[in-house]
Design a protein around this ligand. Structure first.
Ligand SMILES: Nc1nc2c(c(=O)[nH]1)N[C@H]1C(S)=C(S)[C@@H](COP(=O)(O)O)O[C@H]1N2
Ligand SMILES: [Mo]
Length: 198
């Protein structure tokens, strides 16, 4: 039973909803473990591994161009939310601030609280990916990843790390938290890459 919160997509929306997903009009919170509390004055974002080690502050991020993004959000637990409106900073703009070794082919996303998720460089460095600090014109709520989260619209939402605070550049793929616990290493919703087959 889908209940009143989850609906089968309308015809005009159905081509935007991947196989096996249901639409929700609410915005569920999906967090493993505790929700970290982060003070913007103490917020730090680091890059390391196959990149020149650097630390950025909140104001370093706020100095980058800000954009509005509208993107669909697909959780592997089968809910999708269409047209989420975010404000954020493009990954491609942030990448101009850092020096990455050409051997780096993968990234581990790190978050306050210890969450990790892995992503290939070509899935990460895309025009449509962004660091979000507002949703629907309001400061990003702590439970949705505030003050800052990553959003990677073309992959299942577990790749969109909440409370993100670092990027570790890697030559070879390593597995993040959910990926070590059976989720797919890439997680493309249109291919239903939900769980790993090994
Ligand atoms: N740090 C962190 N990021 C996370 C998660 C988490 O547990 N911790 N859950 C992921 C999952 S499974 C989903 S579906 C989305 C949910 O985002 P929301 O809670 O804002 O809906 O965040 C992703 N990012
Ligand atoms: Mo999820």
């Amino acid at each position: 039973m889908l209940g009143k919160f989850f609906q089968k997509p309308q015809k005009e929306e159905s081509d935007r909803v991947p196989q096996g997903q249901y639409l929700t009009k609410g915005f569920p919170v999906l967090t493993y473990g505790a929700t970290p509390k982060i003070n913007i004055d103490e917020w730090k974002f680091k890059v390391w591994g196959l990149a020149k080690p650097q630390t950025f502050t909140w104001s370093d991020f706020m100095a980058l161009p800000q954009h509005q993004f509208t993107a669909d959000f697909h959780c592997v637990t089968r809910w999708s939310k269409l047209d989420v409106k975010w404000t954020g900073i493009k990954v491609t703009d942030f990448m101009k601030l850092i020096e990455v070794d050409p051997k780096a082919a993968h990234i581990m996303e790190h978050s306050y609280g210890g969450y990790t998720t892995n992503i290939a460089m070509e899935d990460f460095v895309r025009e449509e990916n962004f660091f979000a600090f507002k949703v629907f014109d309001e400061d990003l709520q702590t439970e949705h990843g505030g003050p800052m989260r990553l959003v990677v619209p073309h992959l299942y939402a577990w790749k969109s790390a909440k409370w993100i605070n670092g990027l570790e550049f890697l030559e070879r793929e390593e597995l993040g938290f959910w990926e070590r616990n059976g989720y797919h290493r890439r997680g493309e919703p249109w291919a239903e890459e939900r769980y790993s087959s090994f």
